[in-house]
Design a binder for this molecule. Structure first.
Ligand SMILES: Cc1ncc(COP(=O)(O)O)c(C=O)c1O
Length: 442
């Protein structure tokens, strides 16, 4: 086992010498029993035993500020979600083949967060499955097979979805109908250049598909380009991109697994920042605060023929317990008015890193939207040479200081920060304070 060259912040056993005897034993057993597919985070892996709000606790009782967990958006072990899961599990758990109020009530509540043409839902258990179904629907509806994704896109792990996820690395083959485009990098280009390049690469991809006899089916985009390096601007760029694929007969699929459920600002969905209505939207991760449920939302005309002619049923997707957990999560977001403060907290994080940038040359760019923050580290601001090794060291040194975050990007030099939505000003101040200490000693 060694560190994974395709995954940033993955544990390399060669580097670890500080694990306790208990954790060494656990690690050995894990290596023996689990598939080698599994990776651990950090040079010094964490053995977590408890979570509460924005805090995680290890087996030694140490507390860590979780600035990386976008799954538990309403906080670790949120009591309302825990209670919803427990009481529904104690009552009944079946599947979507029986009439049940909880399933339909949740569908209604979820769909009310979407602009009106997006008015039907299919439930799955994971974001990968949601994207897998979205691909099936898009290909069925358009009769095409061509899919455009970004250069370092990650959309999941099923056989079909891994074929549209270049970030899995060179040994995972892409589908022959896949074309990749660069995400709009507004750090290395002006916003106008980034937009022109992004749109012209989409046009070229469509042209190239046609030249090879491939009919375009979809442009599939993570609406914050989180694996490519976190690009939230220029606002409106995705509306123009959607027009291009739709003119070519394909669909625009917004992957909201990362950006959705309020992560990207005052609005619930990342695509809303760009003022567009996708044909299909996929979502997952934070949907039920850690309970495995995900979904595909689409325009009814797109689901019509697929629903009648191409079978889809998912044993666990959208079961009553999952819907209760998802309902409690959405209700919590609303009752605590979380969306109204996501941007303010995110802005405070960005301002904090911008003020650190005055003292630390290593910080080249601070970006993002809502409470998704990217901080690009460079060796020199003139050439913008990526500081990949320093990024890795920073992530690990922060972990030693009790703050969890990670890294992303095509160049491996962007700090990725996306705390639970219940993150507050006082937590931002701890993050920035610890970051200052670590930058000072890097
Ligand atoms: C943008 C995006 N899409 C899809 C997925 C896959 O979701 P899951 O891990 O639930 O299968 C992920 C997971 O990280 C993701 O980030």
């Amino acid at each position: 086992m060694c560190a994974d060259k395709n995954m940033l912040n993955s544990f390399d056993p060669e580097k670890s010498n500080s694990l306790s005897d208990e954790d060494q034993t656990l690690l050995k057993k894990r290596q023996q029993l689990l598939s080698p597919s599994y990776r651990l985070f950090y040079d010094n892996p964490l053995h977590l035993v408890k979570g509460e709000g924005v805090w995680l606790y290890d087996n030694q009782g140490n507390r860590y500020l979780d600035t990386y967990n976008n799954v538990v958006s309403v906080g670790h072990a949120n009591p309302k979600v825990v209670e919803a899961i427990a009481s529904q599990a104690a009552q009944l758990n079946t599947h979507t083949r029986y009439l049940h109020h909880g399933i339909v009530d949740y569908a209604e509540k979820l769909l009310a967060t979407f602009p009106s043409p997006l008015s039907q839902v299919l439930f799955t258990c994971t974001g990968s499955e949601a994207n897998d179904v979205a691909l099936r629907v898009a290909r069925f509806h358009t009769k095409g097979t061509g899919i455009i994704v970004t250069k370092l896109a990650y959309h999941g792990v099923t056989a079909a979805v891994s074929e549209v996820s270049p970030s899995l690395g060179e040994s995972v083959p892409l589908h022959h109908g896949v074309r990749t485009v660069n995400a709009p990098d507004v750090y290395r280009n002006t916003p106008q250049q980034a937009e022109e390049q992004f749109l012209s690469e989409i046009k070229a991809a469509i042209k190239d598909m046609r030249r090879h006899g491939i009919k375009p089916a979809a442009l599939l985009v993570d609406t914050l380009f989180t694996s490519d390096g976190i690009y939230s601007h220029p606002v409106g760029i995705l509306a123009k991109a959607a027009e291009l694929i739709q003119e070519a007969g394909g669909l625009f699929i917004a992957d909201e697994v990362q950006a959705g459920f309020g992560r990207s600002g005052e609005q619930m969905w990342g695509f809303q920042r760009h003022n567009l209505v996708p044909d299909i939207v996929t979502m997952g991760k934070p949907m039920a605060n850690g309970h495995p449920v995900a979904a595909v939302v689409a325009k009814p005309e797109i689901l019509e023929a697929f629903g009648k002619e191409s079978r889809y049923f998912n044993t666990f997707g959208g079961n009553p317990v999952s819907c209760a957990a998802a309902m409690a999560t959405l209700e919590y977001i609303e009752s605590e008015n979380l969306l109204s403060r996501v941007s303010a907290v995110g802005e405070r994080m960005r301002q904090g890193f911008n003020s650190l940038a005055q003292d630390f040359e290593l910080i080249g760019d601070v970006r993002g939207a809502g409470s998704f923050v990217g901080v690009e580290l460079v060796l020199d601001r003139e050439q913008k040479t990526p500081a990949k090794a320093e990024t890795g060291r920073f992530v690990n040194m922060m972990r030693e200081q009790g703050v969890l975050l990670s890294a992303t990007g095509t160049l491996g030099n962007v700090l990725k920060i996306r705390p639970p939505l219940v993150f507050e000003e006082e937590h931002v101040d701890i993050l920035i304070d610890k970051a200052r200490q670590v930058f000072s000693s890097l």
